[in-house]
Write a protein that binds this ligand. Structure first.
Ligand code: OTU
Length: 648
């Protein structure tokens, strides 16, 4: 819609731009196209501010300078990505998430490890938080004290830019985090707030007494109830209560203050102009606080995320946004955008409910709870995608709804208790080794820590030197990984899982980690162990080569590309989750047996969705299958799976 005043304002701001090339023309077009929406959304949140016009001008200037400062190579890459449309939706992309220090020591050393990752089939690299963070109060880098300085333990910004250059040459994409919701209490803004600077106290949620904190606490939940109970921390230096939803050394930023938004948008652009291809927005669900609410998933949080997306589309369009909204299925879908902003909020979301539901099915051998969530999860808008995964640096939260558990005939409370007992190894006969994380004595809730291998039983099997259980746990590991590789989205492996690292308790001897058992599944890589990937017969070799094979199968199948092209199959067997990934040219039947017994799937299940295959080729087993009569069965081994392409 033409808006003379607004478009003149944009024109004036750009007037003295030093660049007038094709890239600039494309930028100008994007700017004019998004300007009205940017104005409307910014006004929706900050329109009451008496300095709105100055603030809006500052926002437009921030967007302009982001483009002016963007390296030419990235501008050209932007255009290439825009031509591809949704460059990030590709069956050829597969990621790994890793801590630089624990994987390679430093950013510079990481350059020498790219070949290991390429051998596995990885071409998207999620580097866990890199920016300055107090070593004694870091939360694994999620307590940032300087958003612009690489933490010296990892190296320098130049090291990161050299790594990014090398990755570009290897056609690898870079993903890293922006911690949008909070800063370290040692960030410059927090230090100034402590010193009594009112401007910076207003960057946070600070109160003179307990009146407002107590009011907030009535409806807020606790994230770390054991080590950081409540949501507020007393700050002696300035005699105020600061909101601290996470750890008490993580101060929540106040997005009611437009200065905070503009500062953090500028940081988003700073990361974009380093060459970040996918920006993981940490804790987006928490960025807007309102009394009388849980201070999560509020409409204003979505508006701010849409605003960031619109601004990124203008200045740095080659960077995709991943929202780390670990929420229940019905809440999580909102982060793809709604109304006029469908597919214009986050490009990616973590498919956290799906991940948790895989672990649910693995514990019970029953896929019905998982299937009960699919109607919601299938509503993902075209042009957005998921990060699919089995494990990450965090805990496993049983973030699916009670009605989904009850749909499978279970009592929700008892079922959740079972899951905690099963994965912490307390349940009689459980093969799992894991830990309860953030147990909440008031609610009985807890999340689960543990590595893929340990939760799948490999740790216990190796302890008992039980070759059958070792074999079975490796089958479970590969089945779980395969599910996340073919369900649709960009698979993100967690480092160490490709080799079968089990839990490690070394963190207990480190004061700054000992209170947080998520460190049990964040290994320090032993490269002698990782080199066993090439030694036939070792568990490392079997897990690595199996994972590698699955990724190479995936890369050959365009039907696996996440084009909202998934149809669930009624497998007529509660132990088996099965779906078709389909295009006109290719149909892939994926079946996963989550039970410890053989599972029978009637061939009839293959015919119900109109594809009626007669002959299938299983890319995993390398075998051909003739589709049988309706009263005949495909037999799937315990924890086995099939990735079967319709041949005719
Ligand atoms: C995120 O966590 C990060 O992934 C965690 O590593 C950080 O500790 C945390 O934020 C604070 O920065 O829901 O969206 O259950 O899984 O807090 C925020 C603990 C999150 C984390 C959870 C998660």
């Amino acid at each position: 819609m033409y808006d003379f005043k607004l478009h003149s304002q944009v024109g004036n701001i750009l007037g003295n731009s030093s660049l007038k090339d094709d890239n600039y023309n494309s930028f100008y077009t994007r700017f004019i196209a998004n300007a009205s929406c940017i104005d409307n959304l910014f006004k929706e949140i900050y329109g009451e501010n008496k300095n709105y016009n100055d603030l809006f001008k500052k926002l437009l200037q921030t967007i302009h300078w982001a483009f002016e400062n963007r390296p030419q190579q990235l501008k050209e890459r932007d255009i290439e990505k825009l031509k591809k449309e949704h460059w990030f939706i590709s069956n050829e992309l597969c990621g790994m998430s890793l801590y630089v220090d624990r994987f390679a020591g430093t950013i510079s050393n990481l350059k020498e490890k790219l070949s290991y990752l390429e051998d596995l089939g990885i071409n998207v690299l999620h580097l866990m938080p890199l920016f300055k963070s107090p070593p004694e109060a870091s939360d694994g880098g999620y307590a940032v004290s300087d958003f612009r300085k690489i933490d010296k333990q990892f190296g320098t910004l130049e090291d990161l830019q050299q790594l990014q250059e090398k990755m570009l040459q290897e056609s690898m994409y870079l993903m890293t985090d922006i911690v949008l919701n909070h800063t370290s209490d040692q960030h410059e803004w927090a230090t100034k707030a402590k010193a009594g600077d009112k401007k910076y106290q207003d960057f946070f949620n600070m109160y003179d007494d307990r009146t407002m904190p107590d009011e907030f606490e009535k409806t807020m939940k606790e994230i770390f109830p054991e080590v950081a109970p409540g949501n507020f921390t007393w700050v002696e230096e300035c005699k105020k209560w600061a909101m601290t939803v996470f750890h008490n050394y993580q101060w929540d930023l106040n997005y009611h203050n437009p200065e905070v938004f503009i500062e953090m948008l500028d940081t988003v652009f700073f990361y974009a102009n380093i060459g970040v291809d996918i920006l993981r927005i940490d804790a987006p669900a928490f960025i807007w606080k309102e009394l009388g609410t849980t201070c999560t998933n509020l409409p204003q949080a979505h508006t701010l995320l849409q605003l960031i997306k619109l601004c990124v589309e203008v200045a740095t369009p080659g960077m995709a946004l991943l929202g780390e909204a670990i929420q229940r299925p019905r809440q999580i879908m909102g982060y793809f955008g709604n109304g006029n902003f469908v597919a214009r909020e986050c490009d990616f979301l973590y498919k956290a409910p799906q991940m948790a539901l895989q672990w649910d099915a693995l514990a019970t051998g029953d896929t019905r709870v998982m299937l009960a969530a699919q109607e919601v999860l299938l509503q993902k808008p075209f042009g957005t995608s998921w990060i699919t995964y089995t494990r990450c640096h965090d805990d496993i939260g049983l973030g699916y709804d009670d009605d989904m558990i009850e749909a499978a005939g279970y009592n929700a409370y008892a079922h959740r208790q079972f899951m905690k007992d099963y994965y912490s190894g307390k349940y009689e006969g459980s093969p799992s080794r894991g830990g309860l994380f953030s147990f909440n004595a008031k609610t009985g809730d807890a999340r689960i820590s543990g590595s893929l291998a340990s939760l799948a039983g490999l740790e216990k099997a190796m302890e008992e030197n039980d070759s059958n259980q070792i074999e079975l746990s490796m089958r479970k590991i590969l089945m779980m990984q395969a599910f996340s590789f073919f369900i649709g989205g960009l698979p993100m492996l967690f480092y160490g899982d490709e080799i079968g690292y089990i839990n490690n308790e070394a963190y207990l001897s480190e004061p700054e980690k000992s209170y947080d058992n998520r460190w049990m599944h964040r290994p320090i890589i032993d490269w002698k162990k990782n080199q066993l990937k090439d030694e036939i017969g070792t568990t490392e070799n079997q897990i690595f080569t199996g994972t590698k094979k699955l990724l190479s199968i995936r890369k050959k199948m365009t039907a696996i590309e996440d084009r909202s092209n998934l149809t669930w199959i009624t497998s007529h067997n509660i132990h088996v989750a099965s779906f078709i990934r389909h295009t006109d040219e290719q149909q892939i039947f994926c079946l996963f047996n989550f039970s410890n017994k053989e599972a029978f799937v009637t061939w009839y299940a293959f015919k119900e969705n109109g594809y009626a295959p007669q002959k299938l080729y299983d890319h995993w087993t390398g075998k051909y299958y003739n589709v049988g009569n309706d009263d005949e069965y495909l037999i799937i081994e315990s924890y086995g799976f099939h990735v079967m392409e319709k041949i005719k």
